[in-house]
Design a protein. Structure first.
Length: 390
């Protein structure tokens, strides 16, 4: 198959779904399929063409900065497809915005190419939320026009059903994690990684992975950490791994400044670290003891899968129809409320008991290998594409 994917971000500009798409499509390329990624060119120094792990990457102007840029990007993406004579057998739309969806659908109809949509975020760019606001009816209708709709979590599947999309067009296919990279390490390796990443740091490490943004709620993690530090006397550090400034896309840097001020007010400067963007995120999991996940909303929650793959126990807030789909509270980690006192209580339990940490870590690894490996998920995607084409 020749597959063209419309994707909103690609390295060096990162989005939460990007690593998943690279994993799946690199595996598809290994299986003999030809893959093209059409992605925005956020910076003129970014190469227009490159091959990344078997994926043909084509960067197209303009960068995504609003409705007009979204429309122009999709128009230019399809113009580039025609210019390069790519002639895809199927199109995957990973950025189903209202105006761009219309262009995608017109193009696919004119050339008789099936188009699949992947839903990755609850509350935005999904059929139930699309019905709100100006032209909501049209946007909602456009979701019905896709040949297949992939929902990465049960809540997105449920939203598709509630929006009236026919059952035979919806597929629940979760994200995957590269279990060959996110691997557990023995104690000596963990200690060496800590010295490499955090020279001189002592005690336990609790890691929070993801863009430092309001939706990810790092402020909630900091509030829980403040409470924890009054109850846990041993050395421990809260580490945020992820962007703290723009890499080309819109970013609220004032929010980061507010967080740093809060840390100063709470006298936590010595126990909270921001690493910024890191290419080898798996090393930070491997160097850590616990993963903390406090997002307000997600499409699935990749950090939960990554932590489990590296045998790191998780403390996660309860996100409806997502976290309970990924883990069982008390088995691979703990699911809590949004109350910072409860979050700190679960962190304290894990920080104080190495046997529980080890057991939950091993349970998490088993869970990922059985349900969320690259091969497992790529098999499902490949079968869906074949069925859509036939």
């Amino acid at each position: 198959m020749k597959i063209a994917e419309i994707i909103g971000r690609f390295p060096p500009v990162y989005g939460g779904q990007t690593p998943v798409e690279i994993n799946i499509n690199s595996e598809l390329a290994k299986r003999g399929h030809t893959i093209y990624f059409l992605t925005p060119k956020f910076n003129q120094i970014h190469a227009e063409y490159e091959n990344h792990e078997g994926i043909n990457v084509v960067r197209v102007n303009p960068p995504l900065k609003g409705p007009l840029s979204e429309l122009l990007f999709v128009l230019n993406a399809f113009a580039k497809i025609r210019k390069l004579k790519i002639a895809p057998d199927i199109i995957l739309d990973l950025i189903p915005f209202g105006n761009s969806m219309l262009i995608t659908r017109i193009y696919s109809k004119l050339l008789n190419i099936p188009v699949v949509c992947k839903l990755t975020q609850v509350g935005t760019n999904e059929p139930l939320a699309a019905g709100n606001g100006k032209f909501g009816f049209l946007r909602k209708k456009l979701f019905h026009a896709y040949d297949k709709v992939i929902s990465i979590s049960p809540i997105l599947l449920e939203n598709c059903q509630r929006a009236g999309i026919p059952e035979n067009r919806i597929e629940l296919i979760a994200n995957c994690v590269n279990t060959d990279i996110f691997v557990p390490v023995i104690k000596n390796v963990k200690n060496n990684l800590r010295q490499k990443l955090f020279p001189g740091l002592k005690g336990k490490i609790v890691i929070v992975v993801g863009t430092v943004s309001k939706r990810k709620r790092p402020h909630l993690a900091i509030e829980a950490w403040k409470i924890l530090k009054t109850k846990y006397s041993e050395p421990a550090t809260l580490v945020f791994v992820g962007p703290i400034q723009s890499t080309g896309h819109p970013f609220d840097e004032k929010y980061v400044d507010q967080l740093k001020e809060k840390i100063k007010q709470f006298n936590l400067e010595d126990s909270v670290i921001f690493t910024g963007v890191q290419n080898k995120i798996y090393e930070y999991y491997q160097a850590s003891d616990i993963s903390l996940f406090v997002s307000e909303r997600e499409g699935l929650g990749m950090v939960v899968l990554e932590a489990m793959s590296a045998e790191i126990p998780i403390v996660t807030v309860n996100i409806k129809r997502i976290t309970e789909y990924l883990i069982t509270s008390g088995k691979e980690g703990f699911i809590t409320s949004d109350d910072p006192h409860e979050i700190s209580k679960k962190l304290l339990t894990l920080l104080s008991n190495s046997e529980i940490r080890e057991l939950m870590g091993k349970n998490g690894r088993k869970n990922v290998l059985a349900r969320f490996s690259v091969n497992e998920i790529t098999d499902k995607i490949e079968n869906l594409y074949r069925n859509a084409i036939s």
